[in-house]
Design a binder for this molecule. Sequence first.
Ligand code: S3P
Length: 428
Amino acid sequence: MISEPDTKTIGPYRGRISATVVVPGDKSSSHRALILAGFASGTSTVTGLGTGDDIQSTRSILAELGVEFSDDNVTSPGVRGWGEPSMALDCGNSGTTMRLMAGALSAAAFESVLSGDTSLSARPMERLVGPLGALGGHIVTSGGTAPLTVGGPSVELRPADVILPVASAQLRTAFCLAAVQGTEPSKIVSPAGFRDHTERWFAAMGRGERVGESAFRIIPGVIAPATYDIPGDPSSAAFLWAAAAVRSGSSVTTPGISLNPGRIGFLQVLEMMGAHIEAEVTGAILGDPVGTVTVTGQPLRGVNLSGPVIAGALDELPLVAVVASFAEGLTRVTDAEELRTKESDRVTSTVAMIQDLGGGAQELDDGFEILGLGGLEGGEVKTHHDHRIAMAGAVAGASSHAGAVIHDAGVASVSWPDFYEVLGSLWS
Ligand code: S3P
């Protein structure tokens, strides 16, 4: 038999959990802090950066453009001083890197090429073209996907009012990063529920204002050097919260977590299912709330999920499927067609994961249904090279009857390299 070095066996673990865990820095905030530090001329300070490979992709690209990193200091000539890259800028597996840097570089006076790995090269990028093009930015896709060619000598920015059909924080941020380099205010509107880190930070820096529930007006100008203390990643903490939620009487506390309103959808879902949630705001980074969350497991029931809660729990929907399998009754997730555009088609890969672990799951066009029977048997999980499927499968395996074998387990390093050790430590 051929041995598979990248396979992890998880659980089954018995007994209640009671743990306090500080999770690594928020991935979304880390990308934004690095890019905004790169926009500023001078030295910014960024502490508590996320530890995943995706953050390294953003950092390497900024370094190629002329930004320097030393400990927590980020020193830049400013966005207008960035130098033309001598090679394609490799975004690895990171959709956020590609879309945010496409926005930033679409307004540059030089041309850049943004490329990615096989999975990223299959993800939709055409959706950037309308909003960035409306601003006068330059972006050309390769048949709708990466590689992207952005910026160039013919770029002439103009103000624009853009309406997006999807609640995508990546697209809104890409638009903000281009529009702030213009000369007159621009506006972006989309359905609600998205994470608004960029917009809160821009507002705190005098670079924009929220108009109504989901429009944002960008005020062009300089981004000054700043200090960014990155909070913990709620999308990473979610795996630990889920581990507590599926065991009655278990609890996990995570201090210093981003409580951006667009990031707490999973906590709302856990509460609807019957888990006990305590969330206390203890501070903020540039107007973006940070706090302590404790999740305590109680008997769970199936729920119907649709509308804005879906955008607020988007990255956690594979975990929702896991928790729903430990609940009693049917859980139905709809309005989640965006799941099909992630690191894998997460409708298909989530349903396959639950079925492979012995659960009841079926695909819907825009989501899935899970039949909760109070637990999972266990089994083998194929990750589809998607970090969140690997990690959700591990949480399921930990509390299943027979445990789980995760193939291609190392893909978790995209967002949280130490994840399996931390998950296992909940029972030590
Ligand atoms: C992100 C936004 C979300 C999310 C992704 C990170 C961000 O994507 O799924 O993991 O940092 O802006 P969409 O903007 O495509 O919804």
